[in-house]
Design a protein around this ligand. Structure first.
Ligand code: TRP
Length: 335
């Protein structure tokens, strides 16, 4: 079944190589959506500038390259979906400026993610930039520049999509209904715990497993994972329900879950063997991905070709929307 009337937009910040949490939480779902919808997937480099500054921005380009390789290897198909880099379609920055004129400052100050960020930044005495305040306005511009109506995101992004809807309503009221109100589509967003067993898997906590590492490195990373903290010796029975490694078996060894459970609770299987089974499962599931990634990475221009074609196609949609917006707002280019 295809439903090309619905247009999907989603974005990811160029954080470099993706990990299992990114894959299970978002990417895997993006791949599925492109079978049914017209999808637009964007590496949001301008958003990255809200928390990268100065010298560290030299990482943006290589990060985009690595991330796009992950997308493509995971099955994002540039013939089905539009894949591009945010700043390569500069119209989004113009739309951002124009939307900023219809967005009350109070709405932005109330966004929970913004309040959290400010609190954090005050502690470390960092400056809050004007751009950071407008983060959700730029997100709104991303989405509506393509008149997308469906936005797959994780729970943390819901307040941003809610705000996008409010901005759209306000714009449509003032200038005529030209934009659909975007709906969020919550990914069945399993909480993938990191190797520390405590927090969400994340690169900044270094408790993650990158998709693109080798099978040997995968074994090594998993060997360092925490398990049931009460289980000190191999002969102690374990409690899989509080074990981090067990929670990951659900994704990588679904058919072995019962067996592992019953062997763990009677200490018939030790944590070392258990981890070995987990990394085998991860390696098996990622085998095809890794082969494809290597193949794509060996074609020197492939990523840049995909991105320049994506930007060109995205741009033609963007220019149309923008000229409509300018017309409505009384600043069209023809006087
Ligand atoms: N802020 C999103 C995140 O950090 C990324 C993003 C930017 C996005 N623009 C978007 C997501 C538009 C969905 C739609 O995950």
């Amino acid at each position: 079944m295809t439903d090309k009337k619905n247009r999907v937009f989603s974005g990811m910040r160029p954080s470099g190589r993706l990990h299992l949490g990114n894959y299970l939480g978002a990417l895997r779902n993006w791949v599925v959506l492109q079978e049914t919808f017209q999808c637009i997937y964007c590496a949001v480099d301008v958003h990255a500038l809200t928390d990268m500054q100065g010298n560290s921005t030299k990482d943006i380009k290589p990060n985009i390259h690595e991330m796009i390789l992950d997308w493509l290897a995971a099955g994002i198909n540039p013939e089905k979906s539009l894949v591009f880099v945010q700043s390569h379609v500069p119209e989004v920055m113009i739309l951002h400026s124009l939307l900023s004129m219809v967005t009350p400052l109070g709405w932005l100050m109330r966004v929970p993610t913004f309040k959290d960020k400010i609190r954090q930044m005050e502690e470390t005495e960092e400056n809050v930039s004007y751009g950071l305040v407008g983060y959700p306005v730029l997100m709104t511009a991303d989405i509506i520049l393509y008149k997308a109506n469906t936005v797959p995101v994780g729970e943390d992004q819901l307040p941003h999509i809610e705000l996008a809807r409010e901005i759209v309503r306000r714009f449509n009221n003032m200038y005529g209904k030209i934009f659909p109100e975007p709906q969020s589509k919550l990914t069945e967003h399993p909480l993938i715990r990191g190797l520390d067993g405590k927090q969400k898997m994340s690169k900044s906590l270094n408790n993650h497993i990158e998709l693109a590492i080798s099978p040997e490195e995968t074994h090594k990373r998993v060997r360092g994972a925490f398990t049931d903290p009460q289980r000190l010796k191999k002969d102690d029975p374990g409690n899989p329900l509080i074990c981090n490694v067990y929670s990951l078996h659900k994704y990588f060894n679904p058919d072995k879950l019962d067996e592992i459970y019953s062997r763990c609770v009677v200490a018939d299987i030790g944590c070392v063997e258990d981890k070995e089974i987990l990394s085998d499962g991860i390696n098996e599931m990622l085998r095809e991905f890794r082969e494809k990634r290597e193949e794509l990475a060996s074609r020197p221009k492939y990523v840049s070709e995909v991105l320049s074609e994506g930007a060109e196609r995205a741009r033609s949609i963007a220019q149309q929307t923008l000229s409509e917006v300018r017309e409505r707002m009384g600043i069209s280019q023809s006087i």
